[in-house]
Design a protein around this ligand. Structure first.
Ligand SMILES: Nc1ncnc2c1ncn2[C@@H]1O[C@H](COP(=O)(O)OP(=O)(O)O)[C@@H](O)[C@H]1O
Ligand SMILES: Cc1ncc(COP(=O)(O)O)c(C=O)c1O
Length: 271
């Protein structure tokens, strides 16, 4: 038996809910063999849970990418990338290795923190990663930054405007995650393939235990693509996975509640 293979180029969330940990757990849930190239390590201070980010040297990131790409992959995603050098390296490898199933999760902030990590990273993602992506999955804040719309995205019409701009920047498919913040009764994501807008709706869950939701969503899309699904099916099915993961989110400690990555298959797949 062989398994389809996926690569995540992302940071390590030492607390286990987001980052490569979320990606590899989600790949596993989809029967996909996960491999990774680590870009950064996020640690938390026990007193207050403030985040510290240590970036991996770009040469070491390149060696990891070469290791995985020499094996061969069916799909790839990226998450927290750390520096412009790593972003440019990612784009170069995607082009050189003709990776056509690449999902760009343009991670700019950790949940609950509004401050942009590094503005130059956003510019580099816009310029070199959007054009090589098959799908990109910004949240409302990230879509605003990538599309450079006049103000924050609040409504479905705002999402449509931003999705159109991000498509024009080169992403072949755009999913803007409305989540709990969008002005709508449901958690609505907007899917745009350059032709049609599709709203993906699920019940808005009242929880703060949502750490890792964005990573889990993008990883599920990547796994579905690795397994041969169309982009639209991959995104639609990933929405079910992340909704269940949020619904069953849980309290890790007084500071953070991760999603339950495997909740869909554990609790809901047979209902
Ligand atoms: N409270 C919520 N209830 C239901 N779905 C949600 C909720 N928050 C986020 N989602 C969904 O989870 C996925 C990830 O979104 P989000 O958490 O906004 O991403 P990110 O982690 O990048 O900020 C999206 O499909 C979004 O609609
Ligand atoms: C390594 C890493 N990647 C990505 C994220 C983003 O997580 P989320 O999926 O909650 O947006 C975080 C947040 O803490 C992180 O530590």
């Amino acid at each position: 038996m062989t398994l389809n293979k996926a690569l995540t180029l992302a940071g390590s969330d030492t607390s286990g809910g987001a980052g490569i940990q979320a990606d590899l757990k989600t790949f596993q849930e989809h029967g996909v063999y996960g491999m990774n190239a680590l870009t950064s390590i996020v640690t938390m201070e026990p007193n207050g849970w403030n985040h510290n980010v240590t970036t991996i040297d770009v040469d070491v990131v390149e060696k990891q990418l070469e290791t995985v790409l020499s094996v061969g992959i069916d799909a790839m995603k990226s998450g927290m990338l750390g520096t412009v050098d790593i972003i440019e390296l990612g784009a170069k490898k995607i082009t050189e290795h003709q990776i056509d199933k690449y999902v760009l999760d343009p991670v700019m902030v950790c949940k609950g923190e509004d401050e942009l990590l590094l503005p130059e990273n956003t510019d580099a993602m816009r310029e070199v990663l959007l054009p090589v992506s098959l799908v990109t999955t910004p949240n409302l804040f990230e879509a605003w930054q990538l599309a450079q719309t006049s103000g924050p995205i609040k409504t479905i019409d705002d999402m449509k405007e931003a999705a159109t701009k991000i498509y024009e920047l080169g992403a072949k498919n755009v999913v803007i995650k409305g989540g709990r913040a969008i002005q709508h009764e449901n958690a609505v994501d907007l899917f745009f393939d350059g032709k049609d807008f599709t709203l993906l709706e699920s019940e808005k869950i009242d929880t703060t235990y949502n750490h890792g939701a964005g990573c889990t969503f993008a990883a599920a899309i990547t796994a579905n693509l690795a397994n041969g699904q169309s982009v639209k099916d991959a995104v639609t099915n990933a929405k079910k996975i992340v909704s269940a993961a949020i619904k069953h989110g849980w309290r890790l400690n007084e500071y953070v509640g991760p999603v339950m990555h495997g909740a869909y298959h554990k609790f809901e797949a047979n209902n």
